[in-house]
Write a protein that binds this ligand. Sequence first.
Ligand SMILES: *[C@@H]1O[C@H](CO)[C@@H](O)[C@H](O)[C@H]1NC(C)=O
Ligand SMILES: *[C@@H]1O[C@H](CO)[C@@H](O)[C@H](O)[C@H]1NC(C)=O
Ligand SMILES: [Cu+2]
Length: 137
Amino acid sequence: MALAIRETLAFLMITMLFQVSSATVYKVGGSAGWTLPILRNVDYSKWASNKPFHVGDVVVFSYNKLFHNVEQVTQKNYQACNATFPIVSYNTGNDSITLEKVGHKYFICGVPGHCQVGQKVDINVTPLAPVPAPTTI
Ligand SMILES: *[C@@H]1O[C@H](CO)[C@@H](O)[C@H](O)[C@H]1NC(C)=O
Ligand SMILES: *[C@@H]1O[C@H](CO)[C@@H](O)[C@H](O)[C@H]1NC(C)=O
Ligand SMILES: [Cu+2]
């Protein structure tokens, strides 16, 4: 009996591990990547709107670093396209950013003029559906 309970517990723990590690990687803008929307006919708000971003998922910004960058900014500076004091700056051209908490994460391109023509994205990280409680132990 004790053994059966121990096995059940081990099974539950393994199941939980798999649930935690099932992160999704999203390439921002899909095949267009991170660029001036008009060049690749990409709409970043549309792209983001149907994605179920969750904690642990990763967004990848892929771009030519000679022409663009990525700045995480506040909501206010996102709306104003103000990249003067970003929260975090990225400029490798292939930046993987892990979504570590629920809520909005606002990104703009800091190159003058780019955010104004739509090179900006609001990543809304939503809670995972609650894991059903085990009923058998
Ligand atoms: C941009 O944002 C910073 C603070 O994040 C602020 O000090 C600055 O005045 C803003 N610039 C403009 C043009 O609004
Ligand atoms: C960009 O980063 C992702 C995730 O880290 C990686 O899978 C991919 O191979 C990288 N691409 C390039 C072109 O370096
Ligand atoms: Cu840009």
